[in-house]
Design a protein around this ligand. Structure first.
Ligand code: NOJ
Ligand code: CA
Length: 657
């Protein structure tokens, strides 16, 4: 029954060896404590997916907690509960696992106590380290976390590099796992040819600790590489302390990864009332700056003027878009703003912008403003002002903020720190908790990666944290967004800034067909969805396409991934929350394809199907503006046959009749 490797493992002399099973019994976690070492391995359907991998931790000034471990006791628990998500891709989420905790102590030396807690889900496994208060010390500095993920040899990883100037904003590469050269970010999605499974290694509930990146160890296994602080250590913690959960999602097919909800399940329910949190669709004084019509900086072409803001509020009202983002309204954008971040003033508007008047006008017209704080990573400067700056927004009735952290490093306590270090993580958390206190919702750009904390802090409606549409104009290929659903989006929603219909713009030429921009609203989830283009592209140039953007909701009842291959194409259906209406979309890379999509996800009989699609001659390089809108009645037994042009896609609205 067991493969060769596994029976070898069983026969080996061990102090302790035991199997634990997922609720459906298809996933097996094997724990082995051998000669004082703690190892875990994972099988799915009796195929090994993680080979024996060591766990341990190195505390500063002490020997590693690694090789003298003895088992004090184990504790097991079963858990099965379905919880309601206030917004998001799925209304009800089942949290079903088998937990096994290993309370360990060292046989010699400092006799430290150490716990490793595992949860085995049908969708994968997770574990975390817990350091209880020790007889001999109450605080600890973590120098290194020695967590191995010893995956199979014939495996390929979809990865972006860590410790780079543009944080998470890189194009994904597919690399044999054992040829990874430097540290990479998670979620790290792995195609494992040996087992035929798809894995994604990630983490959940990242608090007060450096982000886990992964690199190859000298012995050739994937190893956790916790983002260091400027003092070279990984984290300073007080005990008891739990690390974030280390997560290995496991799926039979790539698209089965997409509905993996482990990272939310590994976070706690909210501890306070968040009934005030509301998702929001918004437009922005924004893309006009990217295409060079307006500027963030003061001057003749300054974007965020009182006059422009009022005109955009009027446009939001006419278009039925409830929110408006205004960037570049405050002092600090003069000259090269990326260099001036230590002087930014988050409260004082520029001379041509009257915040009070604009806010008043927005209120009269029932448009919600989204305030903007571009910190350029100068956290010290921001934290000096953040409380006053949030209060200033609240005073003006502004309850949404988009903070940004452009810049290669953060400046925290006068030191340069990585965004994803413990210091950075703690800043993001501080600002999120302060926002919650003022009932402010956030859309964080240049954020810390998603680890499911929005379950506990649902006012974190969305974040960026990947290469988004701002990179169009040369740095994005159509394959990028066919990779994101299987990688970055496993970490939660993203503000991709969809809906740019000015695809043929000379300054910012967009590498998609025009209808693919509609598909993005279904493909890329965000609790705050931006209609990112200028109003004239919705009102005057393409009102027929805009109809779809207006109709698309920002919260779903259910998400049903239908087909796809990482980097090639992806099709997903989503049911509008609290409605029988569905939306369906697909995108392809640079290759055209014809797809036959069964509509059997529809539960009821009769639907009006509105289709926005490419034509036979559409092409993201040459014929971006060719599209067709059709409407017909359909039933669930039909197969929807659709053509996707190179760099194209389709979007469908299914109205229940
Ligand atoms: C980068 C953000 O991603 C973008 O949305 C914003 O406009 C600029 N920074 C300026 O703050
Ligand atoms: Ca960005």
């Amino acid at each position: 029954m067991f493969n060769k490797f596994r029976s070898y493992f069983r026969r080996a002399k061990a102090d302790y060896v035991h199997d634990f099973f997922s609720p459906d019994r298809r996933t097996t976690l094997t724990i082995q404590i051998k000669n004082g070492n703690f190892l875990y391995s994972v099988h799915k359907d009796e195929k090994v997916v993680v080979r024996p991998s060591r766990l341990g931790m190195l505390l500063r000034g002490q020997p590693a907690i690694f090789s003298h471990l003895t088992l004090v006791r184990t504790q097991e628990k079963r858990f099965d509960e379905t919880w309601e998500a206030p917004w998001g891709e799925q209304h009800y989420i089942r949290n079903n696992y088998h937990e096994a905790a290993f309370y360990l102590s060292e046989a010699t030396g400092l006799e430290r106590l150490f716990t490793v807690r595992f949860r085995i889900f049908n969708e994968g496994i997770a574990f975390r380290y817990e350091i209880p208060p020790q007889p001999k010390f109450q605080r600890a500095t973590i120098s290194s976390e020695m967590t191995e993920f010893n995956v199979n040899r014939n495996a390929y990883a979809w990865n972006i590099p860590a410790y780079q100037p543009d944080r998470y904003e890189y194009n994904y590469r597919k690399t044999p796992v054992y040829e990874l050269k430097n540290s990479v970010h998670t979620p790290l999605t792995i195609e494992d040819e040996a087992s035929g499974k798809f894995l994604s290694i990630h983490e959940a509930a990242l608090y007060d600790y450096g982000e886990m990146t992964l690199r190859l160890s000298q012995s050739g296994t994937l190893l956790s590489d916790i983002t260091p602080l400027s003092d070279g250590t990984k984290a300073h913690v007080s005990l008891p302390f739990s690390t974030p959960w280390r997560v290995v999602m496991i799926a039979d097919a790539a698209i089965d990864l997409i509905t993996n909800r482990m990272i939310y399940n590994l976070n706690d329910p909210p501890k306070q009332d968040f009934s005030w949190v509301k998702t929001l669709k918004f437009m922005g004084i924004w893309w006009a700056m990217f295409v060079g019509e307006w500027t963030w900086a003061p001057g003749d072409r300054h974007g965020a003027t009182t006059e422009h803001a009022k005109a955009y509020i009027d446009a939001c009202k006419r278009l039925g878009i409830p929110g408006l983002l205004i960037e570049g309204w405050n002092n600090g954008w003069e000259g090269d703003w990326l260099q001036n971040g230590d002087k930014t003033d988050f409260i004082t508007p520029m001379d041509d912008f009257n915040l009070t008047k604009v806010a008043e006008y927005a209120r009269e017209n029932k448009i919600k403003l989204i305030g903007h704080h571009e910190t350029v990573g100068y956290v010290d400067n921001y934290e000096r002002q953040i409380d006053k700056a949030y209060k200033n927004y609240v005073k003006n009735g502004i309850f949404y903020v988009k903070p940004g952290y452009a810049g290669t490093m953060m400046t925290i306590n006068g030191r340069k720190e990585y965004h994803h270090s413990q210091a950075g993580v703690n800043h993001y958390q501080k600002s999120l908790e302060l926002a919650a206190k003022y009932h402010i919702c956030l859309d964080v750009h240049e954020p810390i990666k998603g680890t499911g904390i929005e379950r506990t802090w649902p006012n974190l409606l969305t974040r960026e944290g990947a290469r988004g549409q701002e990179y169009e104009g040369g740095a994005l290929s159509p394959s990028h967004t066919t990779i994101l659903p299987f990688t970055r989006l496993l970490a939660g929603g993203m503000d991709y800034t969809s809906g740019i219909l000015d695809v043929t713009n000379n300054t910012k030429h967009i590498a998609t067909t025009i209808v693919r921009q509609l598909a993005y609203y279904i493909i890329i989830y965000s609790g705050m969805q931006m209609a990112a283009d200028r109003p004239e592209f919705y009102e005057i140039k393409f009102p027929d396409l805009y109809k779809f953007i207006r109709a698309v909701p920002d919260s779903w009842e259910k998400t049903v991934p239908l087909m796809g291959e990482i980097g090639s194409y992806y099709v997903v259906a989503r049911q509008q929350r609290g409605s029988k209406n569905w939306f369906l979309a697909g995108i392809t890379n640079e290759k055209p394809r014809r797809l036959q999509i069964p509509l059997d996800f529809l539960e009821d009989s009769d639907y009006e199907m509105e289709i926005y699609r490419d034509t036979d001659i559409s092409d993201y390089r040459t014929r971006q503006l060719d599209y067709k809108i059709e409407s017909r009645r359909v039933t669930p037994n039909e197969i929807f046959d659709v053509y996707l042009a190179p760099g194209g896609g389709f979007a469908v609205h299914l109205r229940y009749r």
